[in-house]
Structures are given as C-alpha cells and as structure tokens.
Design a protein around this ligand. Sequence first.
Ligand code: SUG
Length: 445
Amino acid sequence: MSEREINFDGLVGPTHNYSGLSFGNLASRRHAGEVANPRLAALQGLDKMKALADRGFSQGVLPPHERPSIPLLRQLGFGGSEREVIVRAAREVPELYAASLSASAMWAANAATVSPSADTADGRVHFTPANLVTKLHRSLEPPVTARILKAIFPDAAHFAHHPPLVPNSQLADEGAANHTRFAPRGGGPGVGFFVYGAHGFDPAAPGPRRFPPRQTREASEAMARLHGLDPARTVFAQQSPEAIDGGVFHNDVIAVGTGSVLLCHEKAFLDQTAVIGRLREAFGGEFTAIEVAESEVSLADAVQTYLFNSQLLAKPGGKILLAAPEECRTHDRVARFLENLLASGGPIDEVIHFNLRESMRNGGGPACLRLRVPLTRSEVGAMNRAALFDDALYARLRYWVENRYRDRLAPGDLADPLLLTECREALDELTEVLELGSVYPFQLP
Ligand code: SUG
C-alpha cells in the first residue's frame, strides 16, 4: 500500500528563550543569556512549514507545551499560589525555574519514535514518546506529548501508542532524532536504523568522555521490540564518541536519511564501514551512502552549520530536495560542498535554505523541528486532520502567533508570572484550532 510521509513540525512555544540548559549542545551553551524573540522563532518555523507545503510536501503541526511547569516546581517544594511558586523558584533556584520554562518541545524530532505500518508486526503505526531523561527540562515533555499524539492519532485500529520507557539513564531515549527509516520508493517494508550513544549496562564499552550520551542501545532495542520490527530489517549502530564529544548530541546532527539514501559525515558512527554494510544488506536493493570526508567538511563545520540536520524530502520524480539551515549558505566550505553535491549527478538535486536562527541558537535546525510520520491513505483518513497544515491553518497560526507571542524575552523577563497566563490563554485557543480536546495540565480536571 502506498504511503506518504507527513512532517509534523513543532510549533515554537511562547516562552522560547536562551537558558543554556543543554550541556553537550554547543549552541545552547554558547547563546545562554541572550535575548530571544519567541514571536520571530514561531514565525520562522511556520514559514518553513509553509514553504515545504507549497512545494507539495505533506505537513502537520504539533503544539507547544504549557510553561512554566507549575507541577514540576510544586513537586520540588515551591508552594503557595502559582504566582508565589514562580517568583520564589526564579529567585531561589533560577536553573530549576529555567528548566520549568523551556519551550524545548518545539524540537519534535525528539518527541517520539514512529514506525510505519509497513514495518510493524501488527500492521499498525506505532508511536513511543521519548522519555528524554538526560535533561531535566526535556524530561517534562513525555506525558503531554503522549496525550497530543493520541489526540492526533486516536483510532486504535490503525495506531498503537506505547508509554515512554521508564525514566532511567540506562534507558535514555531521545526519539526520532536517533532513528532513521529507509524504504523503497512508493512504500513497502523498510529498514529501521537506530543509533545510540552508549550502552546502558556496560560502562566499560566505548562512549563519550566530555559530553553525555543521550540514547542507550537498550532503549533503541526496546523500541524495535515494542514496535514489532523485523530483526532482519533493523540495524543498530553506535554513534562515534568523538562526534558526541564534538557537540553531536543527537545522531541527526551528523546524519540524515530517507528512501534509499543516507547522507552522513565520515565520523558519524563507530565502525562506520561495517554499519553501512549492514544497512546495505538489510535494505536489499540499491542503497546510496554519501559519506562526507573530514577534509571536505570538518566535524566542527558540521556542528556549526548543522549541514546534516537538513531535511531530505523525496520529490515526485524520485530526486531528493535538501532543506538546509541558512548557516550552510554562508559557510564557505559547506556551501562549496553543497554545490559539488548538486553537480555530482547523485540523488540530491536541489537545496533550499531556511532562516531558523532563533531555534538554531539553541541547537535546533530544520530536522530537529520535525517528526516524520509515514501514513497510508486510510491512516490519513483515520487521523485528526485538523493538525494537517494548509494555507488556512497557516494564516490562522500566523495571526495567533502575532497576537499572542512576545517579541522579546530577555533573562530579566523570565520570572514574569504573566508568562504563565499568556501561555495558557494561547494554548487554550490553539487546542480548539487543532481540535485536540484537553491535553495540558491546566485543562485537565
Ligand atoms: O535537546 N536544545 C535542544 C535541541 C534539540 C535539537 N534536536 C535534535 N537534534 N533533534 C536539546 O539540546 C536548549 C534549551 C536552552 O538551552 O534553553 C535545548 O534544549
């Protein structure tokens, strides 16, 4: 049965800011304390969705989460009215308060792992929200993500929802950012490629020294089991520790794939030649791996420009469009690499660049912002179509952002208790637009 891929982009939330919360993510730390523009951030994301939708690629939307997280702050001992909770937490432990305020749910590639029905034993689309345990601010996302995914994909005949893995560092899971699915053109069973940074139960195994790994092999294996994937069509690989220590905190900062094409840096995986051999074998048909040499684009160039955090989008004729961050256009070596790539006659024949600077300053490029969900026609019929992006939704969301979002969030503004009210009012309106029902703590009984 033919399937189409829908990219669900995370809408940037009203509290988007730069708090330097992600040790190991170089951009997050570098831009800590800068002034953010949540309105611009959300509009940059919407413009990417619009441009790709205009090109005929199917696009959906995932809503932001309620922030600051009052339940987190209460659980950590801040009592009193909501206003008191915010003021005290921000004054006494600003780091905790910043975690409660993060708009990190925008990076939808970390929302969940998704396996299409062509690959699963029971013929349903399987979803497992990522537990995101490595970072406190991200560990707040899974319960709400789970409710949102169920609200968008409600029909149990087509969609299976698993709970996030138990929140433990030995089972650290960051979702689709560490998972790529390869598949023949037009659909059919694909290959699930799971990339992890460390072994949860073997501290002696090779791993990064400087920065934390964010995915364990055990978590990746659990995904494959839960989703009922065929072991012959599942490949596990370890990220190169050198890459993680160089700032590659997710695999999607150094590799991207679609269809029968993998684009990656030569330093992406441990035992890279063997990994690509296993992918080729599992895929069966013709498989193209484009490995970029350190001499052409260094690991540092890749982390700086987010070249590999581009999206690869299959065009109707079979060629592939690369949707890259603007930073790739203004970087000499990376720009030259892209020119050569297009001239090479390979599968990627077009590049478009997006200005996503607000998100990029927190280490989130085009691919971070989207969750890929391949669906058959009948599955599209069974989902909540209000979350699908079209011109009408674009206009509505633009208006909503322009009216509801601040255009400036400086460190000194973060403790403003009004942010909570503004966020809730905005989300209340959004859940109606997207027909999600009640998904946020403030909406639940
Ligand atoms: O988890 N940044 C995110 C970026 C996630 C990018 N996603 C993918 N590569 N798929 C993270 O590190 C920074 C927030 C701050 O510092 O305020 C942050 O959470």
